[in-house]
Ligand binder design. Structure first.
Ligand code: DGL
Length: 259
């Protein structure tokens, strides 16, 4: 098979990375994709950095063995812990990572605080602090670790009373009127945007999925790796739990219409 026809590997700790795959499919519909979600070991964000690194390397190795032409680490947590190691390990493979969309959020408004919702690990890592130093432009940044939120999405819960209570509890000490923007710094979170927008104006909510898909497109263009086929590509979804329910959930998430 020609390199251009090979699939692009997508990885996340679970079903969250589908929010990025969905954006990639919109702008690169003719590409073939393999998505691997490690729901068996999710959530990653409350594990140690060594555990996350080991799990990520194992998952990426699995995708590389499937013969992919590029990789997208569609997980903020895995990107913050393992992206440098991955790039050192697979030097010839184009690798795109995702990070919280702080820059567009800061550019959106010149007043108000910027809340960053993410896993505890993403917010703890040096990469996040560097991101804030580079893009915050002196704005008040409120890191909001959300352990427990990924579990809702892995169970297929995107709205409802329990989720609303969870989110209200997260925002209980925050003056909503002072919030200029909210960044969803975990690829699972765009799926609960509808519930979150009952608390925060949805125009103020940002995530990195479109930016990451655009970056993938540019990288493939630069390396002359775009698939030139004129037909829609295939999407293969694999999950470490090997469970029909999760495959169906991923297919539903792929088709879910979220702005
Ligand atoms: N979806 C992942 C992220 O973007 C991590 C979720 C988790 O497993 O904790 O950070």
């Amino acid at each position: 098979m020609k390199t251009n026809d090979l699939p692009i590997g997508f990885f996340d700790s679970g079903v969250g990375g589908i929010s990025v795959l969905r954006e990639a499919c919109k702008i690169l519909p003719n590409e073939n994709y393999i998505y691997f979600g490690d729901s068996k070991n999710a959530p990653y964000g409350t594990r140690s950095d060594n555990e996350i690194k080991d799990l990520t390397l194992k998952a990426i190795d699995f995708l590389v063995n499937k013969k992919v032409k590029a990789l997208v680490v569609a997980c903020n947590t895995a990107t913050s812990v393992a992206i440098n190691t991955l790039r050192d390990t697979y030097r010839d493979l184009p690798i795109v990572g995702i990070e919280p969309a702080v820059k567009p959020a800061v550019e959106f408004t010149n007043s108000g605080s910027i809340v960053i919702m993410a896993t505890p690990m993403t917010l703890k890592m040096r990469k996040f602090n560097e991101l804030i130093t580079t893009y915050s432009e002196g704005r008040e940044i409120i890191p909001m670790p959300c352990p427990g939120l990924v579990e809702f999405i892995e169970k297929g819960i995107f709205e409802g009373e329990d989720l609303h209570k969870f989110l209200m509890n997260k925002y209980k000490d925050i003056n909503i009127d002072d919030v200029g923007a909210v960044v969803l710094g975990c690829t699972h979170y765009p799926f609960i945007k509808k519930e979150l927008s009952k608390i925060i104006d949805e125009n103020k909510i940002f995530d990195g999925s479109k930016g990451t898909a655009n970056q993938l497109k540019h990288l493939l263009e630069d390396r002359h790796l775009l698939n030139n086929s004129s037909t829609t590509g295939n999407i293969e979804i694999i999950n470490s739990l090997n469970d029909n329910y999760l495959n169906e959930l991923c297919i539903n998430l792929l088709n879910l219409n979220i702005k």
